[in-house]
Design a protein around this ligand. Structure first.
Ligand code: ZN
Length: 311
């Protein structure tokens, strides 16, 4: 699942490509449901909501894109904000696409010079927003779990989609003290699970929690309240380091995530723990090898030698 660095990379890409563009048309094959089930009645999967979505964003200009936790917010000039959560396999791309009216499927047009958009990972298009410059912003999502909704910009951060999410770890005002106080709200939790809890701190998932714990030399099963203060301070710095590095490398494309131009992010080559089961630990002087265990239902990778367990 895309985490903070992947979502930030997409948001940066949106600000470079679609900011200032006017929406001409919206297409989707997701709105199949006509029954308002609680889990999607306010998303474009519910057909009447999609009709409202289409009408409301038609003719609007993209003012800016921003990120909150793992959510993408596309602010429009008519007081509305498109919220997209990419979930497991979703990613946004921008280019020159066309609809094959026989198959009712979108694909890059013959004029599109960027071959990355033709990568098989980028061909599961379920939402297409066409601008007046005739180019498209598309959502590729093989599993179709992504959430797309529309909010009033003024109250977007107060809605159930964003309210209650913990602080942003890369916010310049966020301190080690506040980070430790947030972790202390789950004193009995295992640190791996607590780090991934969006209500504790925003934006961290499976990849960056593994990487931050490896860097901070903390075992993922450590009980949060038993970890010494100086180690938690290390963890605060490690979290920031791995997230910033993730952004610098354009995100992680171990799974389906791609950048706005359809190319892979390069953080996948920078892992020290995530999905490196059985490989020698890269920490200088450490003779350990990476193990894989399951914590809270999530696969977890760590070095049993230098990552210390507190319980
Ligand atoms: Zn090690």
């Amino acid at each position: 699942m895309p985490e903070l660095p992947e979502v930030q990379t997409t948001v940066n890409g949106l600000n470079k490509t679609v900011r200032g563009l006017t929406i001409r048309d919206v297409w989707s094959d997701l709105p199949r449901a006509r029954v308002a089930r609680a889990d999607y009645h306010d998303t474009i999967k519910y057909a009447p909501f999609f009709e409202h979505f289409q009408k409301t964003i038609h003719g609007a200009i993209v003012v800016s894109a921003e990120r909150r936790a793992k959510n993408i917010l596309i602010n429009l000039n008519n007081g509305n904000t498109i919220l997209i959560h990419m979930k497991m396999t979703g990613h946004l791309m921008y280019g020159d696409y066309m609809l094959d009216t026989k198959t009712n499927e979108w694909a890059p047009s013959p004029d599109e010079k960027n071959d990355a958009l033709r990568d098989p990972f980028n061909r599961h298009l379920h939402l297409v927003i066409t601008f007046t410059n005739s180019k498209q912003l598309v959502l590729s999502d093989v599993r179709k779990f992504a959430k797309v909704t529309l909010l009033s910009t003024e109250v977007a951060h107060k809605t159930k989609h964003l309210d209650g999410i913990g602080p942003e770890p890369l916010d310049t005002h966020f301190t080690a003290k506040e980070f430790i106080a947030r972790l202390a709200t789950k004193p009995k939790g295992k640190i791996k699970s607590v780090l991934m809890d969006q209500n504790v701190v925003a934006g961290i998932g499976n990849i960056y929690s593994d990487e931050a714990l490896w860097l901070a030399s903390i075992h993922p099963l450590s009980i949060t309240s038993k970890i010494p203060l100086d180690m938690l301070e290390n963890l605060f710095r490690a979290v920031r380091t791995v997230l910033e590095k993730g952004i610098d490398f354009g995100g992680d494309s171990t799974s389906d995530y791609r950048q706005i131009d359809g190319t892979r992010g390069n953080f996948s080559h920078e892992h020290n723990a995530y999905r490196l089961k059985g490989t020698p630990c890269k920490k200088s002087g450490c003779k350990g090898a990476i193990l894989r265990i399951v914590v809270g239902g999530r696969s977890t990778h760590f070095c049993p030698l230098h990552q210390q367990l507190w319980k």
